[in-house]
Design a protein around this ligand. Structure first.
Ligand code: NAP
Length: 278
């Protein structure tokens, strides 16, 4: 079994990006908007700012109170859309309940949509056109390629169908000529299906849900989950200790998909800057 070391790959890519950014006449700039005081979101936003700084991307975090109205948030997005000094705009999810997430995400100029959550970008991804793409599945594809894993003709099973991970993951694997099956909470005989996967991507948010019996010997297992185990320790959707001897390659949690996600977000910001500055 080989561990897919997302942390090492992320560091290597970040060093390359820092070199690239140092040679850009206009530095990429990312506006991160955080509404409310969700503790996990605060950690994600801090990590994004730290990695941006390391690469030389200018980033600012606008921290807004929980009581911010949808109209106020939309007004700010309109302002940053029109301001050419910001190349990327990211609204940290989840938003407080009184704000319509879809309306907010669709207010972001698709060119500045570094998270790739706007339907324009999702549609382009589905149609196979160049687009801003969601960072988590993009990071997974990058990792699979870095480890020379053949995707063409392989059966890839994606467990989870969220707009931010499962669905775009399926589209990206399809674009790499994998034969893709998407599973979800209503899927019958899930273990039968996952056992037929050459590439198994799990993004469900259930701690240690995937066990050795659900994995085909020699499969590549990608664990997107960021969960807490019974002792409150960070773990994935895959029971790593159980599955590691069955899989040929597996991502750990932490140190697998997570670091790649932030890295790809920075890559999208650099891309957005290049496209806007010309
Ligand atoms: P989500 O929006 O809650 O979606 C979960 C998906 O899993 C849904 O499609 C759901 O099916 C499916 N599901 C839930 N229980 C299932 C079960 N028992 N069997 C089969 N499918 C099941 O979650 P998400 O945003 O995609 O995130 C998934 C996990 O990845 C979370 O742990 C999250 O923290 C993590 N995550 C990590 C990163 C990273 O960078 N490492 C990034 C994003 C997310 P239905 O559609 O039928 O309800």
């Amino acid at each position: 079994m080989t561990i897919l070391d997302g942390k090492a790959l992320a560091q290597k890519m970040q060093a390359q990006m820092a070199k690239e950014v140092s040679q850009m006449a206009v530095k990429p700039a990312l506006m991160v908007i955080l509404v409310g005081d969700d503790p996990a979101s605060a950690v994600y936003v801090r990590n994004k700012a730290r990695v941006a700084e390391k690469i030389g991307i200018h980033s600012e975090t606008l921290r807004l109170p929980e009581t911010t109205t949808e109209a106020e948030l939309l007004e700010l997005i309109t302002k940053y859309n029109a301001d050419p000094s910001w190349h990327g705009i990211l609204v940290q999810l989840p938003l407080p309940k009184h704000i319509d997430e879809g309306r907010v995400l669709h207010a972001i100029d698709p060119k500045k949509d570094v998270d790739g959550f706007h339907s324009y970008n999702m549609g382009r991804l589905m149609a196979g056109h160049p687009a801003m793409v969601p960072s988590t599945p993009a990071g997974i594809i990058e990792m699979l390629k870095a480890y020379d894993i053949t995707l063409s003709g392989k059966h890839a099973v994606v467990v989870g169908r969220s707009n931010i991970v499962g669905k775009p993951m399926a589209m990206m694997l399809l674009a790499e000529n994998a034969t893709v099956t998407v599973a979800h909470s209503k899927t019958a005989d899930l273990a039968d299906l996952t056992r037929s996967a050459d590439i198994l991507v799990v993004a469900i948010g259930r701690a240690k849900f995937v066990t050795a019996e659900m994995v085909k010997p020699g499969a590549v297992v990608i664990d997107v989950g960021m969960d807490r185990d019974e002792n409150g320790k960070l773990c994935g959707d895959v029971d790593f200790e159980d599955v590691k001897d069955v899989a040929s390659l597996i991502t750990p949690v932490p140190g697998g998909v997570g670091p790649m996600t932030i890295t790809m977000l920075m890559q999208q910001t650099i891309k957005a800057c290049r496209e806007q500055v010309g």
